[in-house]
Design a protein around this ligand. Structure first.
Ligand code: ZN
Length: 292
């Protein structure tokens, strides 16, 4: 060792986290997990149980929290009436796609374990206040509700079933857009579902699209916007591309909240905004009105 290094007044000591007691290593004193939640609408602290009993809506400001597919089915349908179909359509990794150094197949397994569902949509037939209907509910928790081949195929089969059995069709959308992990295959689902809806329409079927937060990208650009009646939940983000992408492309300032349900209703893109508490009754009313 040279004399110069030995005299170093501030030598570099290897970092040992076991002896460090700074703030970053102290356990955070947080609210017990799962008991309380903060509302993004009113910033209030909410008792999670109260929100759950209120259909996942803030009792103070009516902020609509996102709802996983199975819970949504319970909210919308008559008790135990949902009969699930097309459960044998399962995801694959046709492009052998790797993202962020992980295989797409690994993501699928991770989300299957996390959400308890095989893919991003549940499809079946259920009763809504006694009215039989074909029902598809997207699961925003599954890879951000992105639409890949399974969602496209299951929804197409559901639309064809509704056509053959002359059932009203309801699809609850919540989606981050097309699933990039499947490349062009995910984009093809837009054409496939739209063509099936075209045949359903020619056969005289009633299709109600329910747009929940968020509905974007390829989902908006296909079955999301093809409803005979398009309902949105209050405050839902609905759009095709993200606001920043649009602003950068057309180089102009965009109006406030231009991708919110309320703005879209005002400008004629959707037909109505329905509070979650009213959604089940509204669907039943629409089915009666269109079938009478
Ligand atoms: Zn609130």
């Amino acid at each position: 060792m040279s004399a110069r290094m030995a005299k170093d007044p501030d030598p570099v000591v290897p970092f040992d986290p076991s002896v460090f007691e700074g703030p970053a290593f102290r356990k955070k004193r947080e609210v017990p997990d799962g008991l309380w939640m903060r509302c993004p609408g009113c910033e209030g602290m909410l008792y999670r149980k109260v929100v759950a009993e209120n259909l996942e809506v803030c009792p103070t400001c009516n902020y609509h929290f996102r709802v996983p597919a199975r819970q949504r089915i319970v909210q919308l349908t008559d008790t135990d009436s949902f009969e699930e179909f097309f459960t044998d359509i399962l995801p694959d990794d046709p492009l052998n796609f790797t993202w962020r150094e992980r295989k797409y197949g690994e993501y699928i397994k991770e989300y299957q374990a996390k959400t308890g569902t095989d893919e991003g949509v549940l499809t079946g037939v259920a009763y809504i206040k006694g009215r039989r209907a074909a029902l598809g509910v997207m699961n925003g928790e599954f890879i951000m509700g992105s639409m890949g081949s399974v969602i496209g195929e299951k929804l197409t089969l559901l639309i064809e079933k509704a056509t053959a059995e002359k059932l009203p069709l309801i699809i609850v959308c919540t989606s981050g857009g097309a699933r990039m992990h499947e490349g062009a295959l995910s984009l093809m689902q837009m054409a496939k579902t739209s063509a099936a809806l075209g045949r359903f329409d020619e056969a005289g079927g009633l299709y109600i699209a329910v747009l929940a937060d968020p509905t974007t990208g390829g989902t908006t650009a296909s079955f999301g916007m093809l409803g005979d009646v398009i309902i949105a939940e209050p405050g839902a983000l609905i759009g095709f591309a993200g606001a920043r992408v649009i602003a950068n492309t057309i180089r102009t300032e965009l109006p406030d909240g231009f991708q919110k349900a309320e703005f879209l209703l005002e400008h004629g893109f959707i037909d109505r905004i329905v509070h979650r508490k009213e959604l089940r009754s509204e669907l039943a009313r629409l089915i009666d009105y269109c079938e009478s």
